[in-house]
Design a protein around this ligand. Structure first.
Ligand code: ZN
Ligand code: ZN
Length: 142
């Protein structure tokens, strides 16, 4: 590597304990709320709120050694999490994109809006989906 990235940092984030930190070099605008049963288990809550960026727009700046990955057997689903505090961390969305749990953001979240609700058919029985965002019964379809 002979070139240094001059990309402007638009957002920063960190896990609960601060061991893992990252920077995002594109402006963030869209939140995807996934209500599927796997994301509910993973967070112990109603699901997870993420934004998605191209691989080259996010950089882990600290704490690589704390990032642990787990794949759900038999499913196309994985999570990265901090092995110190358990926070979900940015991880692979598909080959070209990373998904970032938006609760990790320390800056750059101001323009985010909920754009899509995913897997509404498998949401928790107690949850009422309201507010903005297109509702998808299953996975995201543009
Ligand atoms: Zn942590
Ligand atoms: Zn999910």
């Amino acid at each position: 590597m002979t070139t240094e990235s001059n990309d402007r940092v638009h957002a920063t984030g960190s896990c609960n304990c601060g061991a893992v930190k990252f920077e995002v070099t594109q402006a963030l605008d869209s939140v995807f709320l996934c209500h599927c049963s796997i994301c509910r288990k993973s967070t112990g809550s109603g699901g997870i709120a993420v934004t998605v960026v191209p691989n080259e727009e996010i950089k882990i700046t600290q704490g690589h050694a704390h990032i642990t990955q787990w794949r759900k057997p038999g499913h196309d689903w994985l999570t990265n999490f901090c092995d110190c505090c358990g926070s979900p961390l940015p991880g692979e969305n598909d080959a070209q994109h990373q998904c970032i749990p938006v609760g990790l953001l320390d800056s750059g979240a101001e323009q985010l809006e909920v754009k899509h609700h995913l897997f509404s058919d498998s949401k928790a029985p107690w949850e009422r989906i309201s507010g903005p965002g297109k509702i998808h019964p299953g996975e995201y379809t543009p």
